[in-house]
Write a protein of this length. Structure first.
Length: 182
């Protein structure tokens, strides 16, 4: 559902990297959170994202708070954290701390998908296939399913979708080919 996978770059020396190392070593929650708070103060959007996920899960001494999590997710997404964009899509789709809004869910999924977030690519395909948050568009759905498949998400989904589109005669409907894959 929610992503929690922003690793520091190899050899990175920053409050964020230190907080992630402390968390990985099962250090005291207070040490982890104080280091991560320092990273937020220094403007690291990855730290905003990490703390947002901790508020969502009630981890590292942060109480569960959808309101605080969404505020941080939005700030991280605006700063370009792809995983935060995806998580905002999930939040709007599932009405987690916000009213359900399929248009906003699609908006955030699309922003994340354009940046290569594989699960978001699949969600965009699902939105086009169902008309959720965007006008129903089976050609676009197929193209996004193929893109998701190319990224390693749910291999076979594009073919299942193609088969669903076939009419009773076994002929593919009038959709143009969107891939050179066989």
């Amino acid at each position: 559902m929610y992503k929690v996978d922003l690793h520091p770059t190899k050899g990175e020396a920053s409050p964020y990297a230190e907080a992630i190392q402390l968390a990985a070593s099962n250090a005291d929650d207070g040490d982890v959170s104080s280091r991560m708070e320092l990273a937020v103060t220094s403007g690291d959007p990855r730290a905003m994202y990490a703390i947002a996920t901790w508020y969502l899960a009630g981890e590292y001494g942060y109480p569960c708070s959808d309101e605080r999590a969404l505020s941080l997710l939005h700030a991280a997404a605006q700063a370009g954290v792809t995983e935060a964009m995806y998580d905002l899509g999930v939040s709007f789709e599932l009405a987690r701390g916000v009213p359900s809004d399929c248009h906003k869910a699609f908006y955030w999924y699309l922003r994340a998908a354009i940046r290569g977030e594989a699960d978001a690519v699949m969600q965009v395909a699902n939105c086009y296939a169902s008309g959720s948050g965007i006008e129903l568009d089976l050609v676009s759905a197929l193209a996004w399913y193929e893109a998701a498949e190319a990224l390693g998400v749910d291999a076979g989904e594009a073919e299942r979708f193609r088969q669903w589109l076939r009419d009773d005669d076994g002929e593919t409907s009038t959709l143009p080919a969107t891939s050179t894959k066989s």
